[in-house]
Design a protein around this ligand. Structure first.
Ligand SMILES: Cc1cc2nc3c(=O)[nH]c(=O)nc-3n(C[C@H](O)[C@H](O)[C@H](O)COP(=O)(O)OP(=O)(O)OC[C@H]3O[C@@H](n4cnc5c(N)ncnc54)[C@H](O)[C@@H]3O)c2cc1C
Length: 396
C-alpha cells in the first residue's frame, strides 16, 4: 500500500482497506456469474432463489455482522454496506433478502437475546442454514408501528400469539421469525414485546405471498398467528421492551436500506453510462450531447453524496455511537436520490427504458421500495426533525 493511500485512509475512513476490496471483488464476481444471468427470469416469475441465498450463506454474507463466536464473519457495518450495495447493483431482491436477514431478524436476536437464545439461533442463522424474518408491520399499523394489534397472552409457562403481520420480507422461507406483539395493551409502546417464532410452530403459518411492483425475487408475505403457543423462553429481552428494541434494530436496518438504494442507483448509472456511448442519434453517440452529460454528472454526484452519508452512519455505528439521526438521514437521502437516478436512467434509455429487454425499467421498479420499507421518507423526516429539535430545543 502506498503512503499516499495510507494517508488518505486515515483522513477519509471510507477509503476501502485491502480486505474490503477483496470482499467487494468476491461479491462482484459471484453476482456476475450466479445472479446476473437469472435476474429477469426471477423477476418475471417472482421466484425466490433459495439456492443462491444458501450460497450467500456459505460466503459468510448471512452472518456478516455477527462475531466469530456465533459463526459470524465478525465484520462491521462498513463491510455490510459494501456487500448489500454490490449485490443490489445486480439484483436488489437479493440485497433486500440479505438486509432483512442480517440487520432485522438476526440482529434483533443478537441485540436483545439472552445467551441461550443466541447459542441456539445465531450459528444457524450465520451459516445460512436458517433464514430470518422480522415482523413489525401489520395491516392496520405501518408507519404507526407502535399501534400493533397482534397479541401475546401469557398462559402458564407459554405465550399465546394471535394476529397478522403483513409485508414481511423472507416471511415464507424464514426458519426463525422475530415478531412484535402486545403483552400489555394499557402500556402503549411499553406494552409491546418481541418473540422468536420457529417455522412449523402449531398455529403459525405464512399467509399471502405479495405480487409486487419490484424486488419481485424477494419474498414478501403475511405471517398469521392463530392461538399459536410458544414457550416463555422465546421472549426476546424483557416484557415491554420489544418496541424500544425494534427501534434500535431499525437504526441499523435503515443503513442497509441506504445501501440497497446505493446499489440499485449505481446499477442504473452504470447501465446508463454504457448505453449513452452506444446509442447514436443525430449522427453521434448521445453521450456527446451536453444535456446528456449534465444528467450523468448529476446522477454520479448525487450517488456519491448518498454514499458518504451512508458510510458516515456505518462508521459511527461501528464505533458504537447512537445513530438514529445519521441512519435516518442516510436512508432518506440515499433512497430519494436513487429513485431520481433510476428515473433519469429510464429517460436516458428513451423508449428502450420502457422495454424489459433493457435493464433500466427493472431498476426503476425495484428502487421505489427504498423510500417505503423500514419507514417511509415522511417517517424519516419525522425522526430527523425529532432528533435535531431535541439537540436544539426552543428557548421559548
Ligand atoms: C416489499 C416490502 C418489504 C417489507 N418488509 C418488511 C419487513 O420485513 N418487516 C416489517 O415489519 N415490515 C416490512 N415492510 C413494511 C414497511 O415497513 C411498511 O410498508 C412501511 O413502514 C409503511 O407502512 P404502511 O405500508 O402501512 O403505510 P402507511 O403507514 O399507511 O403510510 C401511508 C402514507 O402515509 C404517510 N404517513 C403516515 N404517517 C404519517 C405522518 N405522521 N406524517 C406524514 N405522513 C405520514 C406515509 O409516509 C405514506 O406515504 C415491507 C414493505 C414492503 C412493501
Amino acid at each position: 500500500m502506498t503512503v499516499a493511500l495510507e494517508t488518505a485512509r486515515s483522513l477519509y475512513p471510507f477509503v476501502l482497506t485491502e480486505e474490503q476490496e477483496h470482499l467487494r471483488r468476491e461479491i462482484r464476481t459471484f453476482a456476475a456469474t450466479e445472479i446476473a444471468p437469472h435476474v429477469m427470469t426471477w423477476d418475471e416469475t417472482g421466484e425466490f432463489p433459495l439456492d443462491v441465498v444458501r450460497k450467500l450463506g456459505a460466503m459468510g454474507l448471512l452472518g456478516i455482522l455477527l462475531p466469530p463466536d456465533y459463526g459470524g464473519a465478525g465484520l462491521g457495518y462498513v463491510d455490510y454496506v459494501l456487500a448489500v450495495e454490490e449485490l443490489s447493483a445486480v439484483d436488489g431482491s437479493l440485497g433486500l433478502t440479505v438486509a432483512a436477514h442480517n440487520s432485522l431478524g438476526t440482529n434483533h436476536i443478537f441485540l436483545a437475546g439472552n445467551d441461550a437464545q443466541k447459542q441456539k439461533y445465531l450459528p444457524q442463522l450465520a451459516s445460512g442454514k436458517w433464514l430470518a424474518a422480522w415482523g413489525l408491520t401489520e395491516p392496520g399499523s405501518g408507519s404507526d408501528a407502535g399501534n400493533a394489534r397482534t397479541t401475546a397472552q401469557r398462559k402458564g409457562d407459554c405465550y399465546v400469539l394471535n394476529g397478522n403481520k403483513t409485508f414481511i420480507t423472507n416471511g415464507r422461507y424464514a426458519d426463525v421469525s422475530v415478531v412484535i406483539a402486545v403483552t400489555d395493551k394499557s402500556k402503549g409502546t411499553h406494552g409491546l414485546s418481541a418473540f422468536v417464532v420457529e417455522k412449523g410452530t402449531k398455529g403459525f403459518r405464512p399467509g399471502k405471498k405479495e405480487n409486487k411492483l419490484g424486488l419481485r425475487a424477494s419474498d414478501t408475505s403475511e405471517l398469521i398467528f392463530e392461538d399459536c403457543e410458544i414457550p416463555e423462553e422465546n421472549l426476546l429481552g424483557s416484557e415491554g421492551e420489544g418496541f424500544i428494541d425494534a427501534m434500535r434494530v431499525l437504526d441499523g436496518g435503515r443503513i442497509s436500506i441506504a445501501a440497497l438504494s446505493l446499489g440499485i442507483g449505481r446499477g442504473a448509472l452504470d447501465a446508463s453510462l454504457k448505453y449513452v456511448k452506444e446509442r447514436r442519434q443525430f449522427g453521434k453517440a448521445i453521450a456527446e450531447f451536453q444535456g446528456i452529460q449534465w444528467k450523468l454528472a448529476d446522477m454520479a454526484t448525487e450517488l456519491d453524496a448518498a454514499r458518504l452519508l451512508t458510510q458516515r452512519a456505518a462508521i459511527l455505528k461501528d464505533a458504537g455511537h447512537r445513530i438514529t439521526r445519521e441512519s435516518s438521514m442516510a436512508k432518506l437521502f440515499a433512497s430519494e436520490t436513487a429513485v431520481h437516478i433510476c428515473n433519469e436512467a429510464v429517460q436516458l434509455f428513451g423508449g428502450y427504458g420502457f422495454i424489459k429487454d433493457y435493464p433500466a425499467e427493472k431498476f426503476y421498479r425495484d428502487v421505489k421500495l427504498c423510500t417505503i420499507g423500514e419507514g417511509t421518507s415522511e417517517i424519516q423526516r419525522m425522526v430527523i426533525a425529532r432528533e435535531i429539535l431535541a439537540v436544539h430545543p426552543s428557548r421559548g
